[in-house]
Design a protein around this ligand. Structure first.
Ligand code: CO
Length: 223
């Protein structure tokens, strides 16, 4: 028997249950995906987007990585955002962190883990930017909780700073970016009350005007 047999058994049971409730379910879903949300979350196995929001297949487009980071040179994450915004016309992007995040904890500590250290460096930068606030918190576990929240806020900004999101806003496309955090200890999702839906909410240096095609004359002048 394959080591994966339990997964196949679960799958066949799930298909039977779905078809009992809705005989056309797979036929309908295979012809179209029209999710309303893009979820950017942690890879942590305890934070599965669909289950904790009780959404069905087809209802949420998902990108997950260690500590829910959006790094501005990450082609994988950027491609997901581009597809979600430009093709699927998603109206809500959710960056969801979680308390007790192992990635955030590893970044908070000083031991080396290998290649992963380069990824987690992004969270050390978040700590460094907010070190006065974080250092003023007495208990390490509360510092960590706050770092998880600040990391979500930073990643929300990173999503908004992409030209993908800013071009969508410039075209008048309805799009909001939200920051949420999930509590492993009680299963509750909390809104960090961050909702960015236009470029005016961004720092001036990050605001990107859409590219305009240069005329022949301007091209000649600029060489
Ligand atoms: Co995590």
């Amino acid at each position: 028997m394959s080591d994966l047999q339990p997964l196949f058994d679960n799958n066949r049971r799930w298909v039977r249950e779905r078809l009992t409730n809705d005989p056309d379910y797979f036929e309908r879903l295979s012809s179209l995906q029209a999710p309303k949300y893009l979820w950017i979350g942690c890879s942590d196995s305890r934070v599965p987007a669909n289950q904790i929001t009780n959404l069905m297949p087809g209802e949420v487009f998902v990108h997950r990585n260690i500590a829910n980071l959006i790094v501005h040179t990450d082609m994988n994450a950027l491609s997901v955002i581009q597809y979600a915004v430009e093709v699927l016309k998603i109206e809500d992007i959710i960056v969801c962190g979680h308390y007790g995040c192992g990635g955030v904890k590893a970044a908070y500590e000083n031991s080396q883990l290998g290649l992963l250290d380069n990824w987690l460096r992004n969270i050390k930068d978040v700590y460094h930017s907010h070190r006065d606030e974080l250092d003023s918190i007495a208990k390490p576990e509360h510092q960590l909780d706050r770092l998880c929240e600040l990391n979500v806020m930073k990643q929300v900004s990173n999503v908004c700073h992409t030209t993908i999101v800013q071009n969508a806003w410039a075209k008048g496309q309805k799009l909001a970016v939200h920051g949420l955090i999930y509590d492993l200890s009680n299963g509750l999702l909390q809104d960090l009350s961050i909702r960015i839906n236009n470029a005016d909410q961004l720092g001036n240096i990050y605001q990107m005007k859409p590219r305009q095609r240069k005329t022949d004359d301007t091209l000649k002048k600029t060489g």
